[in-house]
Write a protein that binds this ligand. Structure first.
Ligand code: ADP
Ligand code: MG
Length: 958
């Protein structure tokens, strides 16, 4: 049976124990509320005269100066108005006043906030009536108490669960201590625990509050446990007296009451040190305590001959509350979780001046002191107001009086401060009332920090409800086992002594008591053992808990670090993502730029290529031009050279002809002379004396005696038998004549005359392998129909125009005149034209022709590919009737050398294109063409002399 006890206690103890946690910090608050000042006007008394106060609105009153005072300094009638938070007229009920003024304070108290409410006014203005009230007309104090108990009633803790710590704080007692104290209280007091009905209370306070007017606070925290403690002090002559102090009353020789001092607690709140705080569990009980204090005050005043109106009375309602533990069956045994709020209800002394009191002697001093307290209050309020309005930091003289010092925290710290200014509207009080009004108006300019909501404990709400549903004990209900234990003690024997010789009763009692004592000792030992065990277990648990808590803390720390890390990494990821996006964007831009550049590059390359092409084209054009110009220059040079040569030759020929004419004349003269001498040989032909020297032909300036056929020039282009007459004209004269004829034909618009180039004469250099364009143009004449005809058809098919006498050929013995102009170049070709039995001449001579019947001219010229080609132009020699020689060309053999590796010299059509006409024109200047022109000179022919050879001049340039 005993062994059960420790476990039960342990169970309860464990439940009461909470993890250590830091004390709740008061949150700072910047919000401020002005001191709420209310004005209450009491009805005039029966004996009071005029009324000087008028309520003109719900917030304003007007003071009318009484008749005697109307004529002030200016002789004017004076009316003053004062405004307050609310003005209550004479008809205002106590309940109405409470609703507006005290109810919010009581509500705050229940919600853990402090409040201060004081009544201020002259004596008889209704301060006490307002604060305390009268039977049936309960004032703010009983109504506040009633509201508090109505609100927290069901959630009140058992007596002695909360215990004042004498330092203005509150601690939570363990259930056993609380139980023991309760038992002690019950054994000491024969009175019932709590007055159960109002009838049992002092009739003076009975029915203070109409049950219909009972009110309640809203939103009471049901998961907390509450206890109300009341104190009642009186401040008289700046001394603090505890009206609830239990002192043995010596009615015969009463001791003067001991004054109390003020102290500051750890939260810098002021409190009356050693002041009695009575735990009350109901409104009635609180009334009873208050009434006790009032009674004591009255007695003291009577004994000490004091006026109650000269003292300040302060009734302090302290509400202790602490959260229920997690199970909701016990108050948390943690002092830090206990919240103490207090509501001070102050009934100040009358504010009237000393002079008005009828005090004399020591009483005068007292009255002065009273007023000194109120003066200090005024000063403090003034300084506070100034500091708050002007931002100054003047020291507030709280310490100058006990009242102000006690309520210092309300003005410096936080809380709600309200003041009810009581006004007796009688004219006698006019001046005093005016002062009160001024002070009251000033007071409401002072601001006090608004109290903040207390922190909420970490447990889930609804704990009490759940616990009650489970039917568990609440707030220190003694465990059943403990009750059983107490009941199991042996009952005490009857101790009534009826017989003085009764020797049994006392020993039996002693025995029973000793037995009880032993049991008690055993239980105590058991209890101690269990307690020690519990302690160690608890310590272990505590240690475990601590380590767990540390572990949790550690893990939390790590979690925090990890969280931070994650956050950092997230930030980093964000940053990198942003960066990558930016880079992507940059890449995009660069890509676009690259594309643009590449396009540019392509365009530029294209342009470059086209320019290159153009340049190359221009270069080649230039080269071509250069070559052409070079050719032109060379050509021009050659042309001029030839022209010069031609002119020189012509001149030479002309001179020769003149010479020959002279010779002829001379001959004729000679013949005449000779004829006159020798007329016998007239038929013998006469040879010019210089004929042998003048090679190859001789010509006469006079028309030839033998008429020769005249070929019109166009016809001369046709393939026709060519004849070379040597009868009466020399070759040279023939050429000369012909060449003189050319400018004529030129002028007549006929195809360009030969320029004598076909003679392929000139310095050997002109025949060298370097061939200019012009040279090539002149030489590389494409095969003309005329040429073809000449070569292949013309002379074969075409019969001689005129029958000519052909020399009879002795069989197989043809004689050839091999005419090789000295300008010909010796070619190292394998095939060499060589004719046997030929008379080789470098210029045609009549003599040689006369001996031969075949003629061959070896003619060299530039082929179209730039190679030298050798043409062997063959003809037959005829004797003309005039005794001359004539050659009819019959055949052309062409010898040509080609370089198989060399580039083709063949002209392209484009090359020849522009010069085609020229070439055509020039074609008939070719040797073949010229050779094909059969010219037989006749005397009187306007064609001039025909030519006998290929236009080679007899004389060569060096
Ligand atoms: P104080 O405490 O300021 O000196 P009291 O409260 O004692 O004044 O009031 C003096 C008298 O006036 C009391 O008899 C009280 O009943 C009465 N009285 C005061 N105020 C009112 C009121 N508002 N209505 C009715 N009677 C009042
Ligand atoms: Mg009073």
């Amino acid at each position: 049976m005993f062994t059960l006890l420790p476990f039960h206690i342990f169970f309860n103890y464990r439940k009461g124990k909470t993890p250590r946690r830091p004390p709740p910090k008061k949150p700072s608050n910047n919000q401020k509320d002005p001191v709420g000042v209310y004005c209450r006007v009491r009805p005039l008394g029966a004996e009071d005269g005029e009324c000087c106060v008028e309520v003109i609105s719900s917030t304003t009153i007007q003071l009318h100066a009484p008749d005697g005072l109307k004529a002030n300094r200016n002789g004017e009638f004076k009316e003053t108005q004062y405004s307050f938070k609310k003005v209550f007229g004479i008809k205002t009920t106590q309940c109405e006043l409470f609703e507006d003024v005290a109810k919010p304070l009581a509500d705050d108290l229940i919600h853990g906030k402090n409040g201060l409410l004081f009544t201020y006014g002259v004596t008889g203005s209704g301060k006490t009536y307002t604060m305390t009230g009268s039977p049936g007309q309960g004032g703010l104090l009983p109504r506040s108490l009633d509201m508090i108990f109505n609100s927290i009633g069901p959630f009140q803790a058992k007596r002695f669960v909360f215990k004042p710590d004498d330092k203005n704080g509150m601690e939570v007692q363990n259930q056993v201590d609380a139980l023991l104290e309760r038992q002690k209280r019950e054994s000491q007091q024969s009175v019932p625990k709590t007055p159960s009905s109002r009838q049992r209370v002092d009739p003076e306070f009975a029915d203070m509050i109409n049950p219909d007017e009972a009110c309640k606070a809203d939103d009471v925290d049901e998961d907390s446990s509450y206890s109300v403690f009341v104190s009642y002090i009186e401040i008289y002559n700046n001394y603090i007296y505890d009206l609830l102090e239990e002192a043995p009353m010596d009615l015969i020789k009463p001791k003067p009451p001991q004054s109390k001092i003020l102290r500051e607690d750890q939260n810098h709140n002021m409190y009356v040190a050693g002041c009695t705080e009575v735990e009350v569990k109901s409104t009635e009980e609180a009334f009873e305590v208050f009434w006790r204090g009032q009674k004591k005050r009255r007695i003291a005043n009577t004994q000490l001959n004091r006026e109650s109106s000269r003292s300040h009375s302060v009734f302090i309602i302290k509400l202790a509350q602490a959260p229920l533990d997690a199970d909701g069956d016990n108050v948390l045994q943690d002092k830090n979780q206990v919240n103490v709020s207090q509501l001070c209800l102050v009934d100040l002394a009358g504010s009237e001046r000393t002079s008005r009191t009828r005090a004399e002697g020591s009483r005068l001093r007292e009255a002065g002191n009273i007023n000194q307290s109120l003066m200090t209050l005024r000063t403090c309020i003034e300084v506070l107001r100034e500091n708050q309005m002007c931002g100054t930091n003047k020291m507030v003289p709280y310490r100058d009086s006990k009242v102000t010092h006690l309520f210092k925290n309300y003005f410096d710290g936080e809380g709600k401060v309200r003041m009810v200014v009581c006004v007796n509207p009688k004219t006698d009080d006019y001046e005093e009332t005016m002062l009160v009004m001024r002070f009251a108006e000033m007071t409401q300019e002072v601001e006090v920090a608004r109290p903040v909501d207390r922190p909420i404990c970490g447990f889930a709400a609804g704990r009490r409800q759940r616990n009650q549903e489970r039917g568990g004990p609440v707030d220190g209900e003694p465990p059943a086992a403990l009750n059983q234990l107490l009941q199991s003690f042996p009952p005490l024997p009857a101790s009534e002594l009826s017989d003085p010789n009764d020797d049994h009763t006392i020993p039996r009692l002693i025995e029973a008591l000793e037995k009880r004592h032993r049991i008690r000792q055993m239980v105590t030992e058991d209890y101690n053992k269990a307690a020690n065990m519990l302690k160690s277990m608890l310590q272990d648990l505590d240690g475990n808990l601590m380590s767990k808590e540390n572990f949790i803390q550690d893990q939390r720390g790590r979690l925090g670090e990890k969280d931070k890390m994650i956050q950092n990494q997230k930030n980093e990821i964000d940053r990198l993502e942003k960066k990558s996006k930016m880079l992507e964007y940059k890449i995009d831009i660069l890509q676009k730029t690259t594309n643009i550049y590449e396009e540019d590059k392509r365009a530029l390359q294209h342009e470059l290529e086209s320019r290159d092409h153009r340049l190359q084209r221009e270069v080649s054009e230039k080269k071509r031009m250069e070559v052409r110009m070079h050719g032109l220059v060379t050509d021009e040079k050659l042309r001029w050279q030839k022209e010069c040569e031609r002119r020189v030759n012509a001149k030479e020929l002309e001179m020769q002809n003149k010479l020959w004419v002279k010779d002829e004349k001379l001959k004729q003269l000679k013949a005449i002379v000779t004829e006159s001498k020798t007329d016998s040989r007239p038929d013998q032909p006469q040879r010019p004396s210089r004929e042998k020297d003048r090679v190859p032909a001789k010509r006469s300036a006079s028309p030839s005696p033998v008429p020769a056929p005249v070929w019109p020039l166009p016809q001369a282009l046709r393939p026709a038998p060519l004849s070379l007459s040597t009868s009466s004209m020399s070759v040279a004269s023939c050429i000369s004549e012909w060449e003189q004829r050319v400018p004529q034909t030129d002028r007549q618009g006929s195809p360009s005359p030969p320029h004598g180039r076909s003679r392929a004469q000139g310095p050997p250099s002109s025949l060298s392998r370097r061939r200019g364009r012009c040279w090539a143009r002149d030489c590389e004449v494409p095969v003309q129909p005329a040429d073809v005809g000449l070569e292949e058809v013309g002379y074969r098919t075409g019969p001689p125009v005129r029958p000519m006498h052909r020399r009879s050929h002795s069989a197989g013995a043809e004689r050839w005149v091999d005419h090789k102009p000295s300008t010909n170049v010796e070619l190292d070709t394998v095939m060499q034209p060589s004719v046997a039995n030929a008379i080789k001449v470098s210029a045609p001579s009549e003599k040689a022709l006369a001996k031969c019947d075949k003629y061959m001219l070896t003619h060299q010229e530039m082929a179209s590919d730039g190679e030298i080609q050798t043409k062997l132009i063959k003809g037959e020699v005829f004797k003309t009737r005039g005794g001359g020689q004539s050659v009819q060309f019959t055949d052309i053999e062409t010898l040509k050398q080609e370089n198989p590796l060399g580039p083709s010299r063949k002209r392209t059509s484009s090359e020849t294109g522009p010069n085609q006409e020229e070439c055509k024109d020039g074609s008939w200047t070719d040797v073949e063409t010229r050779c094909a022109v059969a010219v037989e000179m006749r005397a009187g022919s306007n064609l001039g002399p025909g030519y006998q050879n290929h236009g080679y001049s007899k004389r060569r340039k060096p």
